[in-house]
Design a protein around this ligand. Structure first.
Ligand code: SAH
Length: 467
């Protein structure tokens, strides 16, 4: 970078333009947007310059610039469009300590004037070091088109309001307020009611945000359902819409995270940095930390947060810190899985109870009441059951279960990539190896997909009959 871009304050500073033709006019038009004291030296000035001089917008000397004219000036433009004359002016300027620009002579200039997109107080300067003026012009045109003209007044109104907005606590609360102003309330109010309307809207917005900032923090434990965003509850949507912070698991689909309030901070507790699965104590600490600063925290868990979600540990941590909390139930993956195969979890005359089991607990493969589960007609929804499938099979067969008992695995239930693997207790381990499921899968013990002609299956369903 040969030229370093800066924004120079010209308030009350003297800027001298030597020349009275087209080049001088072009520079003067730009310079008149500033608060500089403009001085023009031109033996033969263009009529516009005469007019501006009469209107006291600049001081005009109808003679060439001479030594002594530039002392104390900040910038000098040599704009006579005559190389020898410009060189003479430039030498004087340098000698008298002003920065000089020779119009259309980059090599001998000390500074250059960029292409400017003016949405005062927002100003964009585009420079190409003289390499590609065409490119600079194209960029300028593109930005001019992209940036609405109201950006200037919006920023000006915002700037005047900065002191008042300091009533909001520094950091997130203030950032959220400005974000809402510039990308929502501001443009809307400006289009509807101009500058006046915008100022009123800004007052109202601040009051709303002050009320928000004074609310105590809280934690909502929200079930995100099995993955399909349409299986979110309205309450879950509303909680996401109001969240300041969303702390979520690895299994939460991106489509659901999309629904979080735009300003919300998303924290993935399944990402690196926290390791493949974050320590429970870290999650607890994070919940408390954010809610303590006043944030509305959504703890987003897959399915229903009350099912194999270590919910109690988090509630206890939040409770111990004296933070308000509540639970928003979600659709558990067992419900989504059984829906995918067109069955119901209970059935008159078959099973009057259904079990939700986990494949493993903190001590390894989980032990259960195998004897009662092995009886005919029993149904169980087994979570985290892929790696423990062989263990389950062994225990159940040992306790007298029928090897022909249907077992169905539903991988990625309710998602576009849902797969259904129908097998039997006898064939379960082999079928699992063959199918090589990689996503989360729910094992439905005692249920086979219904052989129904009218069940509309998901487009991507793949039924593998491996019995
Ligand atoms: N609270 C969750 C369960 C968390 S335990 C719920 O209510 O669903 C994680 C296990 O849930 C996974 O190992 C898998 O067995 C199951 N699971 C979660 N999402 C699933 C999905 N979309 N399809 C199938 N099983 C899923």
């Amino acid at each position: 970078m040969q030229h370093f871009p800066i924004f120079l304050s010209l308030s009350g500073e003297r800027v001298v333009v030597a020349g009275g033709g087209a080049a001088a006019l072009a520079k003067l038009r730009l310079l008149m947007k500033t608060e500089a004291r403009l001085v023009v030296h031109a033996p033969d000035p263009a009529p516009e310059i005469e007019t501006w001089a009469r209107d006291a917008r600049l001081t005009l000397y109808r003679r060439a610039l001479v030594a002594g004219d530039v002392a104390g000036a900040r910038l000098v433009y040599a704009a006579s469009e005559d190389a020898a004359e410009d060189a003479r002016v430039s030498a004087i300027a340098r000698a008298e300590g002003a920065l000089v620009n020779i119009v259309d002579n980059l090599a001998d200039s000390q500074f250059l004037t960029p292409a400017i997109v003016d949405r005062d107080p927002v100003t964009i300067a585009i420079g190409t070091e003289g390499a590609a003026p065409v490119l600079a012009r194209a960029l300028k045109a593109e930005l001019e088109a992209r940036l609405p003209v109201r950006l200037g007044p919006l920023a000006r109104i915002g700037k005047a309001f900065r002191k008042v907005a300091e009533a909001l606590p520094m950091g997130r609360a203030r950032r959220d307020f400005w974000q809402a102003y510039y990308f929502g309330t501001g443009p809307r109010a400006f289009d509807a009611g101009g500058e006046e309307g915008t100022r009123d809207a800004l007052d109202a917005l601040l009051n709303a945000h002050l009320a928000r900032a004074q609310r105590p923090g809280s934690v909502a434990f929200v079930g995100a359902g099995p993955g399909d965003p349409e299986l979110l509850t309205l309450k879950a949507r509303r909680a996401l819409d109001a969240a300041d912070v969303v702390i979520h698991d690895r299994l939460i689909s991106p489509e659901i995270l999309e629904l979080a309030r735009r300003e919300a901070t998303l924290i993935d507790m399944g990402k690196q940095g926290f390791g493949p699965s974050a320590a429970q104590s870290d999650i607890n600490a994070l919940l408390v930390e954010h809610a303590t600063t006043g944030a509305q925290v959504v703890r987003l868990k897959s399915g229903d947060s009350t099912v194999f979600g270590r919910l109690d540990e988090e509630i206890e941590a939040v409770e111990a810190a004296g933070i308000a909390w509540h639970i928003v139930p979600g659709i558990t993956s067992a419900s989504a899985a059984v829906a995918a195969i067109g069955q119901s979890l209970t059935r008159r005359g078959r099973n009057a109870s259904v079990r939700f089991l986990t494949g493993h607990d903190t001590r390894g493969f989980a032990d259960h009441d195998w004897r009662s589960l092995a009886r005919p007609g029993e149904v169980a929804a087994i979570y985290m059951g892929k790696t423990s499938a062989r263990f389950f099979q062994g225990r159940l067969l040992m306790h007298g279960a029928d090897p022909a008992t249907p077992v169905t695995l539903v991988e990625n239930a309710s998602r576009a990539d849902q797969r259904i693997l129908a097998t039997t207790l006898a064939d379960l381990p082999g079928a699992l190896t063959d199918a090589a499921l990689t996503g989360p899968a729910l094992t439905l013990f005692g249920l086979a997909p219904r052989a129904a002609a009218h069940l509309i299956r998901h487009d991507h369903d793949l039924i593998q009959e491996l019995a």
